[in-house]
Design a binder for this molecule. Structure first.
Ligand SMILES: Cc1cc2nc3c(=O)[nH]c(=O)nc-3n(C[C@H](O)[C@H](O)[C@H](O)COP(=O)(O)OP(=O)(O)OC[C@H]3O[C@@H](n4cnc5c(N)ncnc54)[C@H](O)[C@@H]3O)c2cc1C
Length: 441
């Protein structure tokens, strides 16, 4: 029996049937067989979702073989690619056509279908989540019918499909709006947390893709200003000495020693304050860099982790962050960094957490050094969730949260319409696993 884990190794499933179709026909044949038994189905991308969203103990379908880029329309800035194409592949191929993805998050080992199904986001108050760049979706329905869906054909349905958590059918391919190739100029500097809060709008609007990494218990964080610039030739040749210094700093101290220290802190939680302070002193330097966009959008998320992220309406972000600061003062021991990002209000996906609201995303993690399971983070995560919820926060779909159908129906104006449409595609709830049933009922 195949055993499948999510990336963070926090959830696992043992599907009775695991399928990796290689063609439309083989997928259709598998679906026909699966339909006879009325088994529950989940579709899996790279399993990077930190929750149990893509887990199934009945049927698990991986679209990893659907990995071709079908068309690149340079003039209209639209690409057509199969659902299993990795963002990292697009990051290598698109620059050859003078194109790049319009936005992206911290990592690119995600499939395009997985990324849009949970409204994966980066940062930039003028930019939406990846779902907001979808121009069409080709879906295989449960009965094997294949159809391309566009906004022009059925607006409501399309707005459901662009972020649908794998509950309508199997995404075969996606047309996506892309950008002309751009590089990013990074200016990073330490910034006092209160100064950041007091002038929040100045910061999030001062550069194309601003993000703030807060080091809890230090009163400080690092501000990253990323501005789009023309592509250019970058000389990345480093001397042996600079390679050694980089290995010493980022691999030995910044990774391996840190993992040992975090392990230690599981037994002595008070030590976390000290770790955050030491690492802020090491990391909190100013830095200037120019590179291809993906190389500065993406960064090393370090070790396996529990993750909790909420989309807060922008006008409530300061109040929410102030309450979080108070929470830290009450002796909650929180790993660095708390990542604070921004995105514009969007309306292409009814279930995008940024639907019709300018958004401040707040992401907190609890590391699992050496893959160790622990419960140390739970009290803090609960308090964090409660603060975000009180500020009308919507949780990130791929991450853990305690909300139910009733909560979501208040948070999403089109929640009921989404379910009505979903039921038309999946009347017997075959695409719902336990994780989704908890949210949907
Ligand atoms: C280290 C790390 C960093 C991250 N950084 C960010 C970030 O910066 N910003 C952010 O927003 N998120 C971030 N995430 C979350 C991540 O973007 C989402 O979990 C994303 O959905 C994962 O893509 P995936 O290909 O692994 O999909 P999976 O996790 O495998 O699946 C996600 C959803 O997509 C559905 N799905 C996948 N393929 C198909 C298909 N072909 N047809 C229909 N449904 C399908 C699945 O059923 C599931 O509902 C991060 C996660 C990790 C582990």
């Amino acid at each position: 029996m195949v055993e499948y884990w999510n990336w963070a190794k926090t959830f696992r499933c043992r599907p009775l049937l695991y399928v990796e179709p290689t063609s439309i026909d083989s997928l259709r044949i598998s679906l026909k067989e699966i339909n006879k038994t009325k088994s529950k189905i989940r579709i899996i991308g790279c399993a990077h979702s930190p929750s149990a969203l893509s887990m199934s103990n009945e049927v698990l379908i991986s679209m990893k073989n659907f990995n071709r880029i079908l068309e690149i329309d340079k003039e209209n800035l639209v690409i057509h690619c199969e659902s299993g194409v990795l963002l990292s592949t697009l990051n290598e191929i698109l620059p050859q056509y003078n194109l790049s993805l319009p936005v992206q998050g911290s990592v690119s080992t995600l499939t395009i279908a997985g990324a849009i199904s949970t409204a994966t986001h980066g940062s930039g108050i003028q930019y939406g989540t990846l779902s907001s760049y979808v121009r069409s979706i080709t879906l295989m329905k449960l009965d094997g019918e294949l159809k391309e869906f566009r906004l022009e054909d059925d607006e409501d349905l399309f707005r459901c499909l662009t972020c649908c958590l794998g509950t309508f059918g199997i995404i075969i391919s996606v047309r996506l709006q892309v950008s002309r190739l751009f590089y990013l100029e990074l200016n990073q500097h330490p910034l006092e947390f209160r100064k950041f809060l007091n002038t929040l709008p100045v910061y999030y609007s001062s550069s194309d893709h601003f993000r703030y990494m807060w080091y809890p218990h230090t009163n400080f964080g690092i501000a990253y200003h990323l501005n789009r610039v023309q592509p250019r030739i970058i000389n990345n040749k480093n001397s042996f000495l600079s390679k050694f210094i980089s290995w010493f700093r980022y691999s030995l101290i910044g990774y391996h020693l840190l993992e040992v220290l975090f392990l230690f802190s599981l037994y002595f939680p008070r030590f976390i304050r000290c770790i955050n302070n030491i690492y802020f002193k090491l990391d909190g330097r100013s830095c200037h860099k120019i590179d291809r966009c993906d190389k500065l959008f993406n960064f090393d998320c370090l070790f396996y982790q529990y993750a909790n992220e909420w989309a807060i309406p922008l006008d409530q972000a300061v109040s929410c962050l102030l309450q979080l600061e108070k929470l830290m003062e009450q002796n909650n021991y929180v790993h660095f960094p708390i990542e604070i990002r921004f995105s514009k209000d969007e309306d292409l996906s009814y279930l995008s957490p940024a639907y019709k609201r300018k958004t401040c995303w707040i992401n907190t993690v609890a590391y699992r050094p050496f893959g160790k399971n622990h419960l140390e983070h739970q009290t803090y995560f609960k308090a964090f969730e409660s603060i975000c919820y009180k500020h009308n926060g919507r949780p990130h779909w791929a991450k853990e949260h305690p909300l139910t159908n009733e909560d979501f129906s208040k948070l999403y104006p089109q929640w009921n319409l989404f379910h009505q449409k979903r039921k038309e595609f999946d009347p017997n709830d075959l695409f719902l696993n336990d994780c989704l049933r908890n949210m949907f009922s």
